[in-house]
Design a protein around this ligand. Structure first.
Ligand code: ASP
Length: 338
């Protein structure tokens, strides 16, 4: 039997209702009796690393989770991380950057309803996650609903549906229904030996633009010590260029060594900033195109790169290129509207 290490970090799956509010409840004692079928799939060891509503997760928690997984990496065939849905995509992205050369599956899952509720999506998500963690999937993934998604491509898109996560810019790595359909051709293969690269610097902010938004917010963020401003541009990477406020703000912070990382505020697709004047102006002012990064992954990637001590040109280069399957670079020579 395969050996699976299950790390509990919190979230709705393990919560109980106390006077109308869901709160972290006792978990380990009940798991074997609540989901006895797990022991037919694998030998599952449970570690309660923390028991948090994922709203309360901070970057230091990503290092705790990464450290716990790295410490047991040699002892198990695969790993399941139970996590709240609110920031599951951020944690999955963080682990994808910090656990390099991964040869074994790390499957994050959770649920919209507690495991003990009737009905619940917790049971099916947990059973499928343990099943998937026995297989050859050398990536940090999220399993939720029916889909197995690359962790750094996933987003929470529904506060109520059981299939709460999507991967807007990369196909699902697998689907679980009557059969388990996996797509090994879409999966990454380990590059280099396994290593844990901890350290996330939170000096990052996300600023979307909207009609009438004040571009000086970009400078005020830099004044406050922010080193990477993830700019949520319209559509394919446009910021308001008429009047020059946004390009001027980007130019000023770039001169100070702050990176303006351009992502799309749309849920689907990436930036192709050369297509319109607003994107061209942002680029010539010094913005770095983030291609099809999700906002969640853009923010986490910036924290990772800063946390690894990157600055200047090395930081700009790392943010704009693919490190661990988190973005698809625009094909060179592109530019025509397809
Ligand atoms: N607030 C919860 C959390 O993210 C929601 C959930 O788990 O679905 O921890």
């Amino acid at each position: 039997m395969k050996r699976i290490h299950l790390v509990h970090t919190g979230g709705t799956l393990g919560m109980t209702e106390v006077e109308g509010t869901l709160q972290p409840g006792p978990f380990l004692a009940r798991l074997a009796s609540d989901v006895p079928e797990l022991s037919r799939l694998a030998t599952v060891d449970v570690e309660i690393l923390m028991n948090k509503d994922s709203t309360e997760m901070v970057p230091a928690d990503w290092d705790r989770i990464g450290g716990a997984l790295a410490a047991k990496m040699a002892d198990y065939d695969g790993f399941v991380v139970i996590h709240g849905t609110d920031t599951m995509a951020h944690t999955a992205a963080a682990l994808s950057f910090s656990l390099r050369g991964l040869e074994k599956p790390v499957v994050l899952t959770g649920s919209q309803r507690p495991l003990r509720a009737i009905p619940t999506d917790g049971r099916t998500n947990l059973v499928a996650a343990v099943d998937l963690a026995r297989r050859n999937i050398p990536e940090v993934t999220i399993f939720f609903g029916r889909q197995l998604l690359r962790g750094n491509r996933a987003r929470k898109v529904s506060a109520e549906r059981y299939d709460a996560f999507e991967s807007p810019n990369y196909p699902p790595l697998g689907r679980v229904g009557l059969d388990v359909d996996l797509h090994p051709d879409l999966m990454r293969r380990p590059r280099g030996p396994f290593r844990h690269l901890p350290g996330f610097d939170p000096a990052v902010c996300y600023l979307p633009c909207w009609p009438g938004a004040d571009a000086t917010a970009v400078e005020r963020a830099a004044d406050a010590g922010v080193k990477v401003v993830v700019l949520g541009a319209y559509g394919v990477g446009n910021v308001p260029a008429a009047g020059g406020g946004w390009p001027a703000a980007i130019r000023k912070v770039t001169k100070r060594g702050v990176v303006a990382l351009l992502v799309s505020q749309c849920g689907h697709g990436g930036v192709r900033p050369h297509l319109y004047e607003g994107g061209r102006a942002a680029l010539s002012a010094g913005a770095v195109p983030g291609h099809d990064l999700t906002v969640e992954t853009a923010v986490v990637k910036a924290m990772h790169c800063l946390g690894r001590g990157m600055a200047g040109e090395a930081l700009r280069e790392a943010l704009g290129k693919n490190l661990v399957g988190e973005l698809t670079p625009e094909p060179t020579g592109g530019g025509a509207v397809a």
